[in-house]
Design a protein around this ligand. Structure first.
Ligand code: UTP
Length: 297
């Protein structure tokens, strides 16, 4: 029987320059979508997929992120006294078991591949998941859970994938597909940030991965790739060259790029409208804004 994947790496050591000046003092992962920090969405998705060990690759200036996962006994007592039971339940749902989270440091931002490699000792010789908190995915069944189900059938390496506009391939890792089986595709090559004229397809890698220990071993070589960074894509592509299976998985759901300002705003609107307590007031407001625009022009 295949061993279940129970460890996930959350690389959160990037500089988050696209959100300066906010990220001068707050980690990007603490930025809030409606009333939850981005990291909470990622943790909830990982839990739903059966993850038990949460490994954060952090860096200088991320202490707010570490504090976020502590219990808040004073806050809980105060809410209890005031009879705010629903808020109390919501707060408790964010508590993590002692020892479930581990932090390792990436001394310098040398790329996503390098960040993942920093977690090698905690991962050991097991398959593991990687979640990029920037990619928030709204889905009936959480994206990583969908991928775990596919992985239980196929084994090997699986990366989340979605079709992107052809002129946007240079923002993504892009898949070269050898066999298209519907939601799963077999991959024969991967290219990091190709220009549209050389991109092998428009099927792009999104921030969810299930990877074998061999990918970690490939990262040991610390070869620099696109942009002088150590790329996770390159370490996965090496597995293809070694004839080990790599699949792309077309997940069901809507992905928001919360690492960019436009994507973050779109996610805020979508998640705001999805909330029963906000929907009516918020959609009235958005209707007014849309109606005002032609008048303003
Ligand atoms: P990004 O490419 O979005 O970089 O990294 P960034 O630094 O977070 O943000 P910008 O581009 O400067 O605005 C994708 C993910 O990989 C992590 C980031 O924290 C983010 O979750 N990462 C990237 C690391 O942990 N270490 C790195 O060296 C690079």
């Amino acid at each position: 029987m295949k061993r279940k994947v129970t460890k996930a790496i959350f690389p959160v050591a990037g500089l988050g320059t696209r959100f300066l000046p906010a990220t001068k003092s707050i980690p990007k992962e603490i930025l809030t979508l409606v009333d939850r920090p981005l990291i909470q969405y990622a943790i909830d998705e990982a839990r739903a997929a059966g993850i038990k060990e949460f490994i954060f690759v952090t860096s200088r200036g991320k202490s707010a992120l570490e504090d976020y996962f502590d219990d808040a006994p004073e806050l809980e007592t105060s809410l209890r006294k005031k009879g705010k039971t629903q808020l109390l339940e919501e707060l408790k749902a964010t508590n993590m078991d002692s020892g479930a989270i581990a932090y390792v440091r990436q001394n310098r931002p040398m790329g996503l591949g390098h960040a993942v490699w920093c977690a090698r000792r905690l991962v050991g010789n097991e398959s593991f998941a990687v979640i990029l908190t920037d990619d928030v995915i709204a889905a009936e069944k959480p994206c990583l859970q969908q991928m775990m189900e596919a992985h239980a059938e196929t084994g090997g390496n699986i990366v989340a994938a979605m079709e992107v506009p052809h002129d946007k391939t240079s923002s993504y890792g892009v898949l070269d597909v050898s066999e298209d089986m519907g939601s799963l595709v077999r991959v024969k090559g991967m290219v990091e940030k190709p220009a549209p004229d050389v991109a092998p397809s428009n099927l792009a890698v999104i921030g969810r991965y299930i990877l074998t220990p061999k990918v970690m071993q490939n990262l040991n070589k610390k070869k620099e790739g696109a942009g002088g960074e150590i790329q996770l894509t390159d370490a996965i592509a090496e597995e293809i060259r070694n004839d080990n299976p790599v699949y792309g998985f077309r997940f069901r759901g809507q992905r928001y790029d919360c690492g960019s300002k436009a994507g973050f705003l779109q996610a805020t609107v979508a998640f705001g409208l999805a909330r029963p307590d906000l929907r009516d007031e918020f959609s009235d407001f958005l209707g007014d804004v849309v109606a005002m625009r032609p008048a303003a022009e």
